[in-house]
Ligand binder design. Sequence first.
Ligand code: ATP
Length: 135
Amino acid sequence: MKTFNVNIVTPDGPVVDTNVELVSAKAQSGELGIMAGHVPMVAPLQIGAVRLVLGGNTSEVVAISGGFLEVRPDQVTILAQAAEKAENIDVARAKEAQMRAERRLQDKQDHIDFKRAELALKRATNRINVSQGKL
Ligand code: ATP
């Protein structure tokens, strides 16, 4: 199968630079599957998992905390607010963040705090799922 380059970049630096056969990602508009030759486009991403199919039955999952995916000829770039490969996720930290966010949501403070806690909860739950291999 034809391969193409995928770059995942965050404000802290590059996280992934590899050749893949397929990228699947959660866009705001729904699940995207990108193979070589896909039409150029830009799509905003949800907090979710990105799966990279490397070929030969190997794949890698990366937790993405929102951002944009850009498709160009032979190149996919994901600019993410934060991104971690499954094996680099600190599960204890994510569980703490999850509990903290759940406590804040129960406190029912003002709207801004609520929204912020909801996003923190999504990031933490996504990291926990990705570290367990769940998509
Ligand atoms: P926390 O409250 O634990 O900081 P957060 O969701 O607020 O979580 P972010 O602001 O999304 O954290 O990320 C800040 C930096 O920390 C990023 O570089 C991100 O990749 C990294 N990071 C956050 N949580 C984890 C984790 N559980 N494991 C590994 N890296 C993490």
